[in-house]
Design a protein. Structure first.
Length: 158
């Protein structure tokens, strides 16, 4: 029984301390520098859309120089292009076909604390059906999740 109590106390202290530390790291971030996001097609467009959405959020300030930032948003993001085509030949030798091009967003991003050089937040964009451009979906979902996670400490304090 004593062992069980000790284990439960240790686990609860670990969870409380560990969670509190991660939350406070994100809570202290205000100024973000957005790094290059790889060489995927559309990576520059996703980067600029992230910049605009973060600026509109009023929770973060986007800075143009790394040395002015509290954290750096880095990783890989962009747009994948897929071609789908069909070609058929009739019995008389007529060839016909058609095709479509689809675009889907990709993104694996992380926020790195400049002082400690620790990764304090990660996000992987998961594709799903929605309207709008693929680059906008990646930027929207990334900023939406970052803002949600940044608010968590404030909710817990109440």
């Amino acid at each position: 029984m004593k062992i069980l109590c000790s284990v439960l106390i240790t686990i609860s202290l670990f969870l409380e301390t560990g969670f509190g530390q991660e939350v406070s790291k994100l809570e202290g971030i205000r100024r973000i520098y957005i790094d290059e996001l790889g060489r995927e097609e559309g990576s520059d467009l996703v980067r600029e859309k992230l910049r605009v959405r973060l600026m509109k959020s009023e929770r973060f300030v986007v800075v143009e120089r790394r040395d002015l930032a509290d954290a750096i948003l880095t990783g890989v993001a962009g747009v994948e292009r897929k071609y789908n085509s069909t070609v058929t030949t009739s019995a008389t030798g007529n060839v016909s076909g058609g095709g479509t091009t689809t675009f889907s967003g990709v993104g694996v991003l992380r926020l790195v604390d400049v002082k400690s050089e620790e990764t304090i937040w990660v996000f992987e964009y998961k594709r799903g059906f929605s309207l709008g451009s693929a680059s906008s979906r990646v930027a929207d979902k990334t900023v939406e999740q970052l803002l949600k996670d940044a608010k968590t400490p404030q909710k817990k304090k109440k």
